[in-house]
Design a protein around this ligand. Structure first.
Ligand SMILES: [Zn+2]
Ligand SMILES: [Zn+2]
Ligand SMILES: [Zn+2]
Length: 452
């Protein structure tokens, strides 16, 4: 089928197992945008309704004032332009929307089912208005229907707004065909890595297979008076002929991800990380005693940061260590270990003690470097949290403590190191979503440091 025009830097090739694969047609440098894609349809999470414009998804702020649609009082717009642009679609839903959402069939749906039902209703409204500027080949319904349905699609009739669907002319078979592709093809739309909407991006689903060690990542770009766009960013240099992959779910789900792939997506991941987990087989449980946990922590840090002794100024982020993980570190691959470290870091980095936070945070960083691919955005945001924690340790300590800490542990050196590493990683992913965010925080923290 015709997917063109694709950018000249990529091409579609047959894949031994998946339907096909997208490979680099030339060298693609880290930080490059591989492709920019419009959505077929989107829906805001219920918690974001009224906080973001229903057309451009920009957030209510001193510069962005939202006003309700006077027809339904359930859709919000940042201005007349967004409302006008959306009206061709929204008019097919406006009158019926509140009755639909109050209907017993809709009310009894689970939250995620409501979201899918709304997404499908939005799609129907959009099909009715074939004047929608979004209907390009990249975002077309036929591209979407050409994708594979989920392995265990429910087969039940989705609860859609009947008036909107009637106008669209979609048959119940077509509705079910679309619905059965939601589970394994929908994307979580995020700003600074926090999800605020779901969306269907047919060409992204068609082009990019999953890997737990991906060389690319999806981010979502907001612009005034335009629907959101997905950008696929190369997070490391990609050689000609190399497949370009993204993650469909958090690679840190080391123990549960294979089952999720099978149940939700209908494939078995064969990436190098999954191949290694297969060789390991059953991951040994975490040790229970504090002393054994402490020695696991030490061993993990020594393995990942072998040259790092006392200060952090020589800290480097290693890559590709997972394949050589020694068996004594296998328990560190338990999902509960990551949860435990994240919770301990999050608590201590907010409430102190900050030395404990920096210590746990370094172990968590070692684990991230082990299980995530190089330049994965989560590594960058964690590094920023480490920098902020070291900064708080400086400014929240009393004078005597501060003097001792700054001279003895050289906390400001820690802030600089973590900031530099964080910027190196996050500059590659680039600005995403709402104004502000990690890159802005890095700039602010640098200026505070310089003013010290
Ligand atoms: Zn808007
Ligand atoms: Zn309305
Ligand atoms: Zn995998």
């Amino acid at each position: 089928m015709e997917l063109l025009p694709l950018p000249t830097s990529i091409r579609l090739e047959p894949h031994p197992i998946a339907r096909d694969q997208t490979v680099a047609a030339c060298h693609i440098s880290s930080g490059s945008i591989v492709i920019s894609l419009p959505p077929l349809t989107t829906v805001l999470l219920p918690s974001e309704k009224g906080c973001r414009c229903d057309y451009c998804f920009r957030r209510d702020s001193p510069d962005v004032h939202l006003r309700r649609c006077t027809g339904c009082a359930s859709y919000w717009y940042c201005g007349a332009q967004c409302q006008d642009m959306h009206w061709a679609v929204h008019k097919n839903l406006c009158k019926a929307f509140n009755r639909y959402c109050a209907s017993p069939d809709f009310v009894k749906l689970a939250e995620h089912e409501k979201l899918d039902a709304l997404l499908l209703t939005h799609l129907a409204a959009q099909i009715t208005s074939n004047s929608s500027p979004r209907s390009t080949p990249a975002s077309s319904l036929s591209t979407f229907l050409n994708l594979r349905p989920g392995p265990f699609s429910k087969g039940s009739r989705p609860v859609v707004c009947s008036m909107t669907v009637k106008r669209s002319g979609l048959s119940s078979d077509e509705l079910e065909a679309v619905y059965s592709r939601f589970g394994n093809n929908n994307f979580a739309i995020h700003s600074h890595l926090t999800t605020y909407a779901h969306g269907v991006f047919p060409l992204a689903s068609r082009l990019f297979n999953h890997s737990c060690l991906p060389n690319a990542a999806a981010k979502f770009v907001l612009s005034p008076s335009e629907p959101i766009h997905m950008e696929i960013v190369a997070i490391r240099d990609i050689s000609p002929g190399e497949e370009i992959c993204i993650t469909y779910l958090d690679p840190a789900l080391l123990q549960s991800r294979q089952q999720i792939f099978e149940l939700t997506y209908g494939f078995t991941c064969l990436c190098p990380s999954c191949a290694l987990l297969n060789r390991i087989g059953l991951i040994p449980p975490l040790p229970e005693s504090d002393s054994e946990l402490a020695s696991l922590e030490r061993a993990l840090r020594t393995f990942v940061f072998p040259f790092h002794e006392s200060g952090v100024s020589d800290l480097r982020l290693p890559t590709g260590l997972l394949q050589n993980i020694p068996s004594e570190l296998f328990p560190a691959l338990c999902e509960s270990y990551l949860t435990r470290l994240s919770e301990a870091f999050s608590k201590a980095s907010h409430d102190g003690p900050f030395d404990i936070a920096l210590d746990v945070g370094l172990t968590l960083l070692a684990l991230y470097c082990l299980i995530y691919p190089p330049n994965y955005p989560q590594i960058g945001t964690h590094l920023l949290e480490m920098a902020k924690t070291a900064w708080n340790a400086i400014i929240l300590a009393d004078d005597d403590q501060r003097k001792a800490a700054v001279t003895e542990n050289d906390l400001s050196e820690q802030v600089r190191t973590y900031l530099r590493l964080s910027r190196d990683v996050l500059d590659i992913f680039g600005q995403e979503g709402d104004p502000g965010g990690p890159l802005e925080e890095i700039r602010v923290l640098y200026s505070l440091l310089d003013g010290m």
